[in-house]
Design a protein around this ligand. Structure first.
Ligand SMILES: NC(=O)c1ccc[n+]([C@@H]2O[C@H](COP(=O)([O-])OP(=O)(O)OC[C@H]3O[C@@H](n4cnc5c(N)ncnc54)[C@H](OP(=O)(O)O)[C@@H]3O)[C@@H](O)[C@H]2O)c1
Length: 251
């Protein structure tokens, strides 16, 4: 841990999609700020390696293999955090996929996968965690996207899930503010991660690769810093939304 009196000391966080990219960087940042961090995703080997790095740096980590698109895994994941550490203060709903393609060529299995993970998985995780977050006066961070504010062609299915995350978060904020639970939506522009690797449409995959090659994209750490900022504010401050584009990105 970097400080003798870290700002998140005593807090317990759960970060989904922590095996790579934004989730991995966020878990490391929260742990460095003193939180105990549960890290969840499907690739257990990556989680174990990250937990090792966090522990080596003096932090506390708990690796949980979970498929957020499966309801039974979600319940088990939240139960594991609370049975291990007795509480939950910060939930970062980050796991997501982006399967770009124009609607006319949409593979409905891809669309279903996005909706089940990006939207239903996020809602299910929030529901499972909510009693614990109400008890701790906790904080929910939902990772949406610029695609949750600007709907571009070729991103109809993805944008539908991310607009959904924004709408869900605002509704949720109004449901839980009286319980002193805070809700933050993070809306990144283009970040250099593994997200594009799963695109099955060759044209859209090549288009994303070209954009990444010709601009200075954000880093996962840039987004982790924004999440750390939101969850480090005093209890009276509810940072509702942060939209961050690379300077080079117009839309
Ligand atoms: N990169 C960008 O430009 C960008 C921009 C805006 C928003 N975002 C959002 O940021 C979030 C993180 O993405 P990233 O860019 O960091 O991409 P990434 O490196 O591909 O990370 C995605 C994470 O989600 C996890 N995941 C995928 N399917 C899962 C499932 N069924 N169950 C549990 N975990 C699952 C992956 O782990 P496993 O494969 O090990 O399960 C991985 O840890 C996503 O919600 C994405 O939509 C990214």
């Amino acid at each position: 841990m970097s400080s003798s009196n870290p700002i998140l000391a005593g807090k317990v966080a759960l970060v989904t999609g922590a095996s790579s990219g934004i989730g991995e960087a966020t878990a490391a940042a929260l742990a460095a700020a003193g939180a105990k961090v549960a890290i969840a995703a499907r690739r257990a080997d990556r989680l174990v390696a990250l937990a090792g790095r966090i522990e080596q740096a003096g932090g506390k980590a708990l690796a949980i293999e979970a498929d957020i698109a499966r309801g039974s895994d979600i319940a088990g994941m939240v139960d594991k955090v609370v049975s291990e550490w007795g509480r939950l203060d910060i939930l970062v709903n980050n796991a997501g996929v982006m399967l770009l393609a124009p609607t006319a060529e949409a593979d409905l299995d891809d669309w279903r996968r996005m909706i089940e993970l990006n939207l239903i998985g996020l809602i299910g995780t929030t529901k499972a965690a909510l009693p614990h977050l109400k008890a701790s006066r906790g904080h929910i961070v939902n990772v949406s996207s610029v695609a949750g504010r600007v709907a571009n062609p070729g991103a109809s299915g993805y944008a539908a899930t991310k607009f959904g995350v924004v709408a869900f978060s605002e509704s949720l904020r109004r449901e839980v503010y009286a319980d002193k639970v805070r809700v933050t939506v993070i809306e990144p522009g283009l970040v250099r991660t593994e997200l594009g690797d799963h695109i099955t449409n060759a044209e859209y995959k090549a288009g994303l690769d070209h954009r990444l090659a010709t601009m200075e994209a954000l880093t996962a750490e840039d987004i982790a810093n924004a999440i750390l900022y939101a969850v480090s504010q005093p209890p009276r401050v509810n940072v509702n939304e942060i939209l961050i584009r690379p300077t080079d990105q117009e839309r």
